[in-house]
Write a protein that binds this ligand. Structure first.
Ligand SMILES: *Cc1c(COP(=O)(O)O)cnc(C)c1O
Length: 405
């Protein structure tokens, strides 16, 4: 607190200092940005290199292979300096021409965002919306595509992991729903890639978009887009406007292990390091760790009497959305968690604002971190006047972990 004319009386500093936690160590439990490991932070500060030189070629080739492995694809994956949303824009302007129609299946904020982006670029958007907290009903996509006799729908657009609700969609079911219809399948995998299994080639996903600051454990500022052979054919004929997002141009440069314009070099050296970490743990183990943290979080919240937004069958391994208890606003709960315990939780977005809080458990997060977060939430609930048995959430989380072996 700063008093009149910026003068800060010593007694206020003293009072504020009491019971305060060590501010330097924050428990950042957002579904992005996520904590960045020290070795990645160090890799971010390497000296600049010539982005048209031999060191860059080596870096480019190494990260391309590492990233393709996380996508489980042989397709080209292009990396842009941008937020994830930029990758979503690339997925529209390269494959859908103005006036063409797409079908967006939305289960929350990010599905709606994809629809909005397409709309801004003159695309006819047909949206199938599902209740927030539920997953896509693939039958509805199948029914709609079967009715599309003239094959007007050029793409089906889905969110793999809907970050606003903590729901993961079944991409295999969506692919099956498309069947023989020639529509492309475009996937927003920003919060799922690296936390949830995603098999680009096996599941026949045409365009997959992801970003840096979720399970890749690097700071925000990179967007990744993979493109299937079928999608390249469409891109060659697409008339939508783009320059920065021109994937065909990026693909040409990638043949020389270069990018069309200056890449975000620090981000790429950071990515090289985080990919080493991901592949040293092993992707399948990474997915198991995320699923364990999901199950620990869910068991703990239930033991504390709190309700979860997503049902078990579709619950996301990346984050958990929890309803605040009666009489305690979600945003007040988050404020206490931040101010008193230095635990940063995400709020609800749009119509879920102040109703839910979201616990991010993706990226550089361990099961033991979840126990710390649960312990803090227990204390926050007591602080907020909600009666719980101290330790009951922690115990439930520990039991899940022990049972998993
Ligand atoms: C975070 C997120 C985005 C957007 O990423 P930005 O980097 O903020 O643009 C898009 N889709 C999903 C599912 C996300 O979780």
């Amino acid at each position: 607190m700063v008093g009149v004319w910026g003068y800060q009386p010593r007694w206020i500093t003293f009072l504020e200092g009491r019971n305060k936690v060590f501010q330097e160590k924050q428990y950042l439990h957002l579904p992005g940005p996520t904590p960045v490991p020290p070795r990645v932070l160090r890799a971010l500060s390497e000296p600049m290199i010539n982005h048209r030189g031999p060191e860059f070629k080596e870096l480019f080739e190494e990260i391309t292979v590492g990233v393709q492995k996380t996508f489980k694809t042989q397709n080209k994956v292009l990396i842009f300096p941008a937020a994830g949303t930029g990758g979503m824009e690339a997925a529209i302007v390269n494959f859908i021409s103005p006036g063409e129609k797409v079908l967006v299946a939305s289960i929350g904020v990010f599905g709606n965002r994809f629809a909005e982006i397409a709309g801004r670029f003159g695309v006819q958007v047909e949206k199938i919306e599902f209740e927030w907290g539920t997953a896509i009903g693939a039958e509805q996509i199948a029914t709609r595509l079967q009715a599309d006799r003239d094959k007007e729908i050029k793409a089906v657009i889905v969110t793999h992991n809907e970050t606003s609700t903590g729901v993961t969609n079944d991409l295999v079911a969506v692919r099956q729903a498309i069947g023989n219809h020639p529509s492309l399948l475009i996937v927003d995998a920003v919060s799922s890639m690296g936390a949830v299994d995603l098999r680009t080639d096996e599941w026949d996903l045409d365009v997959v978009v992801t970003g840096a600051q979720k399970a890749y454990m690097i700071p925000p500022g990179l967007a990744f887009v993979s493109v299937s052979a079928r999608a390249w054919e469409v891109a060659a004929k697409c008339t939508n406007y783009k320059y920065y997002w021109d994937l065909v141009s990026a693909q040409k440069y990638s043949e020389k292990s270069q990018t069309p314009y200056t890449p975000a070099l620090p981000q790429l050296t950071g990515l090289r390091e985080s990919l080493k970490m991901i592949h040293a743990e092993g992707l399948e183990q990474t997915f198991r760790r995320h699923a364990l943290m999901r199950d620990m979080t869910r068991a703990a919240m239930r033991a504390l009497g709190l309700s979860l937004l997503a049902p078990d069958e579709v619950a996301s391994p990346a984050l958990t959305a929890v309803f605040a208890p009666e009489g305690l606003e979600a945003n007040r709960l988050r404020k206490i968690a931040r101010e008193k315990y230095n635990v940063i939780l995400a709020g609800g977005q749009q119509k879920l604002d102040n109703r839910i809080f979201r616990v991010g458990h993706l990226g550089w997060v361990q099961p033991l971190d979840i126990i710390a977060v649960v312990a803090a939430i227990e204390m926050v609930l007591l602080d907020g006047g909600y009666q719980i048995e101290l330790g009951s959430g922690v115990r439930a989380a520990q039991k899940v972990w022990l049972d998993r072996g």
